[in-house]
Write a protein that binds this ligand. Sequence first.
Ligand code: NAD
Length: 467
Amino acid sequence: MKKDRMDHIAQAFAAQKAGVGRRRLEFGLAARRRALADLHAILKRREAEIIAAIAADFGKPEVEVILTEILPVSQEIRAARRHLRRWMRTRRVMPGIATFGTSARIRYEARGTALIISPWNYPFNLALGPLVSCLAAGNSAILKPSEMTPATSELIASIVAECFPADLVTVINGDKEVATALLELPFDHIFFTGSPAVGSIVMAAAAKNLSSVSLELGGKSPAVIGPGADLKQAADWVTFGKFTNAGQTCIAPDHLFVHDSIRDEFVAILRARISRAYGEGGKSPFLARIVNAGHATRLRGLLSDASAKGARTIMGEAGQGNDMPPTLIEAITPEMQIDHQEIFGPILPIFSFCDPDAVIARINSRPKPLSLYIFERNRGFADHIIESTSSGSVGINLTMLQFSHGGLPFGGVNHSGMGAAHGEFGFRAFSHQRAILSNRFSALPVLFAPYGRRVKWLVGVVKRLLG
Ligand code: NAD
């Protein structure tokens, strides 16, 4: 990387670091709420630009931009402004026997200076959503949006520059070279959203500086359609979850397990539902494009590898350029790449099953998914799958909506991530819980050295009481 670019990164970081002490005193409840209100006002004013930028980057329909990019950030801002006083409140903790005579409290403090690295698939939401939590917790941030959505990333830089001083928030755009240079700096917290492969690079880099990390990663999220599912409901939500953003969603159902007894009926209903949403073929104005030629080639590669190894296409065709229609395939085997790689596009493999325990065994043999979806009217069926598996989140008789519930933690587990985002969970991710214990009338000094007979006798009493 050019020297002036390196210098720019180093200066941006140094400016934010220099302000940490001052921010601890001055960036309190009122200032944070004001900063968030300013951001909200600018987002409202520049909404048309946001819609245009994301359309330019990958043809995302306006309705989807409003519902999945702008509103989630507005909701995050509203929740933070409304609840911040409570989130920030110092919590008192009762003393135990050993700490009798002290008073204890937990103080939620800014970690300091954060690095936020975001992906291209929800380029606006996943850059600014974490920024809201970061500011709510009183930190400064350097934000590195994705290079794959250049129009949106430029717009984010312009919005941030209009809204915040550079020593509070700075956007540094660029590719992985820029991200690598940023990751060398000793940030107090790194909030990364992206693929598991890059997540482990980020974690290794963070380890060098012992920076704390939140990793919001991806993977293959399964959906199970049980024998007692409401098939129309399942088809509606699977279509929404899989083809919104053309399947380029971390929590999209990656593949389906459909019970044998309802398989044919469900597939017929699903096909009809997809056709109603996106037409019978050709380009639909309601379907986003694949983000770039590289990803379109990757997806077609997955399809041709699968069909060369015996997969059958139920619905769909190759499409042209970066446009790809909804595609359903079956007869998937473990030799196929599509059975292992996160699909991240409008291709939906369908497996059938008789025994739910076989599905459970298969889920448990793979990396823990970000989300697990279960469609079934019988609660016992869903509960059995939930209790026997692990995933970042679970959706029952719905897809994706768990992202929008501000009271739920959003995050993965191991391969699908660590830490949680959204609302109070996002605030906590960017906060340090500082334990403060203050002495009022602790009797502990009676046990201090020298350890004479009286101390030994008292230790015996203490042991009987506490041991
Ligand atoms: P990615 O990991 O390729 O890139 C994410 C960010 O990391 C980008 O800003 C990129 O510039 C940067 N980056 C790329 N290579 C890097 C490297 N070697 N070192 C440091 N930084 C690097 O992910 P993507 O393709 O933009 O997004 C898709 C992935 O993100 C999918 O796996 C998806 O499931 C996941 N995702 C997860 C969530 C979530 O909330 N859990 C949300 C959206 C996407």
